[in-house]
Design a protein around this ligand. Structure first.
Ligand code: UD1
Ligand code: CA
Length: 459
């Protein structure tokens, strides 16, 4: 049966990254580079995807999971050697095989599909994807004869001075007739400057067999960028960020300064939402319509429904319902559920708590491990004391309760609905419905004591 296969090369250590993290796992806009590659490849409808792993094999496997099959390349003897390791999985199939590197995160499915179409139209045995580089240093160069027909690919380190002048580069993406690929790979040698088995040599070998070799030149060099060091990683992030931001703007999101707005690839944002500069929207965050995300806010893996307003705040692993607001300078820690029309003001920290619709927590308050009902007023400087040094305990507060300023609610504790806590109270005992609790030292006034004080202001 004729199949469509992809081989993703991801076994290299990435020495030039100077990192403990394996190169292909470095992230671009919230996803490891190799996952970007896999996601785009999947969109082109592959029968089989095989990833070649080596350095960091387990980490790469854990990252991609069962979206790919894997082969192990024990020693990194070159890109040709890497592809050859897949022979036990792919050697017996017929059809076409795409080869792509795990360190080229910007390729789109559309370009890969164009490459397949070109390969088919040319009835080629191999088609290499090329582009024109403003600075080709470091890339393999496409050597064409006088008629413009591809002869071979020469690596930077093996190139003559004349060849180094060539600005058409090998993007490291190819489509091969599967059988011809493995046959040619057996003929590669490591007789070159790096002592490696180069995949690129397959082109010259196939030419020697009079096979049809084509080159498909893509228009946008940026898309073909390979990331070998941190400078290129930053560039790749920038290019992908621009792409993501333009998509959101086209979908009706206002980005006040897209150059300074950082949105991960899987984030969703609804129409008519406004995002101010310096904002980070990370992970699997989902933001609804007509929201306002103010300058320098950071939101990770959270869900914000419609008309939510965030002013300079930090939100992680939480959910905010319609018409709620937070900030400035507040923090939602994981597992916080904020109800509709809730107001969280400045310097408020909420952790693993549920806050019911219409409740207000205006200022300087910590809410941890708490269940708050609806329309509660939480005064300024309230602390939900949830930790005794060993255990976390829960506080529940019923609807329409009033919690006076500067109160401590020591968990475990139940405060009934329609109850009232006087300001400055330290509450340790359950409060019943309609009760007022007051737990503070009584005030004593000493008449005329002022005149005995060493300090006296002028009258
Ligand atoms: C490679 C190409 C070069 C091309 C460039 C495009 C070769 C010989 N050179 O060079 O022509 O312009 O990509 O970005 O193919 N890998 C393995 N096993 C190995 C060696 C590498 O799996 O033994 C993997 C790496 O993890 C990486 C990919 O193959 O994902 C490319 O290897 P890299 O060393 O980055 O090749 P380049 O020098 O960039
Ligand atoms: Ca590379």
């Amino acid at each position: 049966m004729s199949t469509r296969n992809t081989i993703i090369l991801a076994a290299g250590k990435g020495t030039r990254m100077k990192s403990k993290l394996y190169k292909v796992l470095h992230q671009v806009c919230g996803l490891p580079m190799v996952e970007h590659v896999l996601t785009e490849v999947e969109k082109t409808g592959m029968d089989k995807i095989v990833t070649v792993v080596g350095f960091g094999a387990d980490d790469v496997r854990n990252t991609l999971g069962d979206r790919s099959e894997y082969v192990l390349q024990d020693k990194q003897l070159g890109t040709g050697h890497a592809v050859l390791q897949t022979e036990k999985l792919l050697g017996n199939t017929t059809g076409t095989t795409l080869v792509i590197s795990g360190d080229t995160p910007l390729f789109t499915a559309e370009t890969l599909q164009n490459l397949f179409d070109y390969h088919d139209a040319k009835k080629a045995v191999a088609t290499v994807l090329t582009s024109i580089a403003p600075d080709p240093t470091g890339y393999g160069r496409i050597v064409r004869n006088k008629l413009g027909i591809v002869e071979k690919i020469v690596e930077q380190k093996d190139a003559t001075e004349a060849e180094q002048e060539i600005d058409e580069i090998n993007t490291g993406v190819y489509v091969f007739d599967n059988q011809a690929l493995f046959k040619a790979l057996h003929e590669t040698t490591n007789d070159n400057a790096q002592g490696e088995y180069y995949l690129t040599d397959v082109i010259e070998i196939l030419k020697g067999q009079k096979a049809t070799v084509a080159a498909y030149q893509m228009a946008d060099f940026d898309e073909s960028m390979g990331v070998n060091d941190r400078v290129a990683l930053a560039k790749a992030n920038k290019i992908m960020q621009r792409r993501i931001n333009e998509k959101h703007m086209r979908n009706g999101v206002t980005l006040i300064n897209p150059e300074d707005t950082y949105i991960d690839i899987n984030v969703k944002v609804g129409a008519d939402t406004i995002v101010e500069p310096g904002v980070l929207l990370k992970g699997n965050t989902v933001i609804g319509e007509d929201c306002f995300i103010g300058a320098h806010s950071e939101i990770h893996d959270s869900i914000l429904h419609d008309r939510v307003k965030v002013t300079s705040s930090f939100i992680e692993g939480s959910e905010m319902a319609d018409d709620s607001n937070i900030g400035p300078m507040s923090h939602l820690r994981p597992e916080s559920q904020i109800g509709k029309k809730v107001h969280l003001g400045n310097f408020v920290e909420v952790k693993k708590s549920h806050i019911g619709d219409g409740t207000k927590v205006g200022h300087l308050t910590y809410v941890g491990n708490a269940e708050l009902g609806k329309n509660i007023n939480v005064g300024c400087g309230v602390v939900f004391v949830n930790y005794d040094g060993a255990h976390k305990s829960t506080t529940t507060v019923g609807d329409d309760a009033f919690i006076g300023s500067n109160s401590n609610l020591i968990a475990p504790l139940e405060v009934a609905d329609h109850s009232f806590i006087a300001a400055g109270s330290t509450i340790t005992d359950k409060i019943a419905k309609y009760d007022m609790a007051i737990a503070r030292a009584r005030q004593t006034n000493k008449p005329n004591y002022y005149q005995k004080l060493p300090y006296r202001g002028e009258e």
